[in-house]
Write a protein that binds this ligand. Structure first.
Ligand SMILES: O=P(O)(O)OC[C@H]1O[C@H](OP(=O)(O)OP(=O)(O)O)[C@H](O)[C@@H]1O
Ligand code: HPA
Length: 171
């Protein structure tokens, strides 16, 4: 299953990117900041980023928002809100964390959703960003990815390959 994958970013390179993202974010984060993981793909980046922030003395509140738009395909489709936040974000700074910013539909939905819920500020951090024209940009990006179908480190192909410790391309 992994044989046809071209490795684009190694495990060590991912770790260096995450450390840089944490160092950039740490001075901006307020004590009551709520870190929100976009499930499912954002789990791996969020787990590493929250631990990198903790090493820098930043302990975030934690929540998750479960969105889905690609299903088992490779194209963005109807965006579904599968599970909502567990805690109020009214008046709070929010840090949204996800694996990839592609068309931007998922993070735009998430940002609008937390703003409607009363968040005072939304910061967006993604592990990878593709060179795509879109109406939303991330504040902090771990890695500028090529325009290829990515797998690993949370990114899936039909629910497989999320656990690969590197980021690869299938095409
Ligand atoms: O910028 P976009 O075009 O919206 O693409 C990015 C989103 O696509 C993936 O989610 P997906 O809908 O595949 O669900 P998943 O998190 O379960 O993989 C990924 O985890 C991002 O959340
Ligand atoms: O390149 C990708 N790979 C996996 N999931 C994705 N969701 C948006 N873009 C991608």
């Amino acid at each position: 299953m992994t044989a046809a994958t071209t490795v684009l970013l190694s495990e060590a390179e991912i770790a260096a990117c995450v450390a840089r993202v944490a160092e950039t974010l740490a001075p901006r984060l307020q004590p009551d900041c709520v870190g929100i993981c976009l499930l499912t793909g954002g789990l791996w980046f969020t787990a590493d980023l929250t631990r990198a922030l903790a090493r820098l003395g930043v302990d975030l509140s934690f929540d998750a928002l479960w969105l889905s738009s690609y299903g088992d395909g490779r194209e963005s489709g109807e965006l579904l809100l599968r599970a909502d936040l567990q805690r109020p974000v009214q008046g709070k700074q929010v840090l949204l964390m996800d694996d990839v910013l592609d068309t931007g539909a998922s993070l735009k939905f998430a940002r609008d959703h937390v703003l409607r819920a009363g968040a005072s500020e939304v910061i967006i951090a993604v592990m990878a960003q593709k060179p795509v024209a879109r109406s939303i940009e991330a504040d902090v990006v771990g890695w500028e990815a090529p325009l290829r179908y990515l797998v690993g480190y949370g990114l899936d192909d039909g629910a497989k390959m999320r656990g690969l410790p590197y980021i690869g391309a299938l095409d």
